[in-house]
Design a protein around this ligand. Structure first.
Ligand code: 5U1
Length: 685
């Protein structure tokens, strides 16, 4: 094959794999193979620069920053959408459509309404020529250089049956995870974080330097067409979207066609439920009359079509005022400033408090008592203050001052260097910490004491009936019956739940103790190491005590040898068991009958907490077998290399992962070394 043909064949393959990855969400080849194709193309283009075309997949990022954005006139205006804020308004819309079309039932295409930035893409003969913002609907800004950097936007459509000129419209968004990482980077580099993913997406697309945009995790979903010249499109909106997908454009998977108002309401409910699990923000759903001839018959009013409507979700952000700022003390003594708010309906509930996280966050957001703020409540996430509307700050607004003593127990407050969190030093002397420790102990993933809710814990501590977690096991019917909301049935149930919780597992027990930074994963690793010491001839009680004693005596070094445990966590564990009162409480718990079964160590997983990445071809092992053996040893197998990767296993013809591993100083194992590791670790189980 001559070079030109080879270059074109490579581009076609890359285009196809982009399509599999971004549009179908179903990659056909591993990342390493894709990287190899791209590298091969890059090398050929370096050798033959005359073959480079703007639509080549290597040419996404232009090298010259712009002085400004040129204006783009939209030949077909980019309309906006009318909104329906409740089912009645939606019913009104459906009634108007039916009356105008003189039909009984309308078929609608139903789509999520993505919360991003509307963009128009112009393709000429299948090649991306121009990307533009919506602007005021009749003219926007030319952001071609920037949209070209978005991987889910094809530079070249797939196939041949597309119109000669085709304008595709859709939304550019930033997914949550990318937004979180971007903001972490912004803060680390001393820049202001973005308020929400939409602002981040808009800010990223309006960068004059495309290299900056290329670093931003933007994605595009298409929802319609504008200009169409010399080419046929299907006669239904839903089929047009299918066609766009065939040409390599990304269209949201969950688009449906529904019948009539009831179909619309069902779809709305489904998307509302799905909303919190989606990886990006949506602020409603859009219903469009599906038949294009019916759309044409309906036409437009002012700036919106008569054939479409956005049914909006309840807002997740609202304005309200900060009445005061209190400080809450958590289980580990962490002090969290909480804004007491003028009640506001947001995200479907009335919100009266919002977390301000810590002192630095208050400074960064510059929140004063009396300020008007934007409050956000998304899904089940704790409401938070997003930002302050500075223009509305009243003259008598007061800055927040962090107390120098714990507001609950009066102990000193300390803030370690490099930590954002201030802590009460009172430990279990502090009533707030005690209450939180008991709530955590009883919680579902810890000792799972059903019926011991937060309110009851507070009552038990307030009335002096429970001082530490071990006191819970001395509660009886006489003590509990008659407390607030404790009738005979709930009392009996709670006593039974307390009894049942005594049979637990070592990992639950260790998690329940609430040792700082010992979450479930660390607790499991500790249980695997220290569970079921030498059990011969010991009673359940003594064996449990022996497990604890072994853990309590573990040196910092022994602890750090456990996967997932570093010096800081090892220090917290040693500190916890170094405190006599903690050892006393554990003894009281075991004396009360808390115990766990013996078999825990049987399932030891020596590579727990480790992550491996496989690259290249293994000669002796099948890749799936290698993966399964690693997983059986407790290791994770990841598809990309990061600084946290424990090692990269490099077979023959390794891909770019090997280079990345070297760059990040991640250990690299040959197949031989890898097999040795497997055999060595498998002997341990
Ligand atoms: N999903 C979707 N979002 N969205 C926004 N479809 C859609 N259509 C729009 C807009 C502004 O406008 C057309 C109906 C004109």
């Amino acid at each position: 094959m001559n070079v030109e043909k080879h270059v074109e064949a490579l581009r076609e393959q890359i285009r196809y794999h982009n399509y599999r990855y971004y549009v179908l969400d179903d990659p056909q080849i591993p990342d390493a193979e894709y990287d190899r194709l791209l590298r091969e193309l890059q090398e050929l283009e370096e050798e033959h620069p005359e073959l480079i075309t703007p639509a080549s997949p290597t040419q996404r990022v232009g090298d010259k920053p712009l002085d400004g954005f040129a204006e783009v006139h939209h030949e077909i205006p980019m309309l906006s959408l009318d909104n329906a804020f409740d089912d009645e308004e939606l019913a009104e819309f459906d009634r108007r459509v039916r009356e105008r079309l003189e039909i009984d039932v309308v078929e609608y295409a139903a789509e999520p309404k993505l919360d991003g930035l509307a963009i128009s893409l112009l393709y000429e003969n299948g090649i991306l020529r121009r990307g533009a913002t919506r602007g005021d609907g009749s003219s926007g800004e030319d952001v071609t250089q920037n949209v070209r950097t978005i991987q889910s936007i094809p530079l070249h459509l797939i196939g041949t049956d597309f119109p000669e000129r085709l304008e595709v419209r859709g939304e550019v968004i930033m997914p949550h995870e990318g937004f979180r990482l971007l903001n972490e980077r912004q803060v680390a580099e001393g820049n202001k974080p973005f308020v929400n993913p939409r602002n981040a997406a808009a800010g990223s697309l309006r960068q004059l330097d495309p290299k900056v945009t290329a670093q931003r995790p933007l994605e595009m979903f298409c929802y319609g067409v504008g200009l169409v010249e010399n080419g046929e499109l299907p006669d239904r909106h839903s089929a047009i979207l299918e066609r766009l997908r065939d040409w390599g454009l990304r269209v949201y998977r969950g688009i449906a066609t529904v019948r009539g108002l009831n179909g619309c309401i069902d779809y709305y409910k489904r998307m509302q439920q799905a909303r919190d699990a989606l990886p990006f923000d949506i602020d409603g759903v859009v219903f469009k009359v599906d038949r294009i001839d019916q759309q044409q018959a309906l036409g437009f009013v002012a700036r919106a079509p008569r054939w479409a409507i956005a049914r909006k979700f309840p807002a997740q952000e609202e304005l309200t005022t900060v009445l005061d700022i209190d400080v809450q003390v958590g289980r580990t003594g962490a002090l969290t400033p909480v804004a007491r708010l003028e009640p506001v309906f947001v995200g479907g509930v009335t919100v009266t408090n919002a977390t301000l996280h810590n002192e630095d966050e208050i400074r960064r957001k510059d929140v004063h008592i009396g300020d008007t703020v934007i409050v956000r409540r998304a899904g089940d996430v704790i409401p938070e203050v997003v930002s302050v509307v500075k223009e509305r700050r009243p003259k008598d607004a007061r800055p927040f001052v962090m107390p120098s003593r714990c507001p609950v127990c009066g102990s000193d407050i300390e803030r370690m260097e490099g930590e954002a969190v201030a802590r009460c030093t009172g430990g279990l002397f502090c009533e707030a910490q005690r209450k939180e420790a008991i709530k955590h102990f009883a919680s579902r993933r810890a000792m799972d004491i059903e019926g011991l809710g937060d309110k009851l814990v507070e009552q038990l501590v307030d009335e002096g009936l429970v001082n530490d977690v071990a006191d819970l096991y001395h509660l009886d019917i006489e003590t509990l019956y008659g407390l607030e909301r404790m009738g005979i049935k709930s009392t009996e149930n709670l006593v039974a739940a307390l009894e049942a919780s005594k049979q637990t597992t070592l990992e639950r027990f260790l998690f329940a103790l609430g040792i700082r930074e010992v979450g479930e994963v660390t607790a499991r690793a500790l249980a695997r190491t220290f569970g079921a010491s030498s059990a011969k001839g010991l009673s359940d009680h003594d064996r449990a005590q022996a497990d604890i004693d072994r853990l309590a005596k573990a040196t910092q070094e022994e602890l750090e040898a456990i996967p997932d445990i570093g010096p800081v966590v090892a220090g917290h564990i040693a500190h916890f068991f170094g405190q006599a009162h903690n050892r006393d409480v554990i003894k009281k718990l075991l004396d009360a009958g808390v115990t766990w079964p013996l078999q825990e160590a049987a399932a030891a997983q020596p590579l727990q907490g480790k992550t491996y990445v496989l690259t290249g071809t293994l000669e002796k092992l099948k890749r799936n077998d290698a993966k399964a053996r690693l997983q059986a040893l407790g290791a994770k197998v990841a598809s990309s290399v990061s600084a946290k990767t424990s090692a990269v296993i490099a077979g023959k013809k390794p891909g770019s992962k090997l280079a990345k591993a070297k760059r990040l100083n991640v250990p690299v194992l040959s197949e031989k070394e890898f097999i040795k590791l497997l055999e060595q670790e498998e002997q341990k189980i």
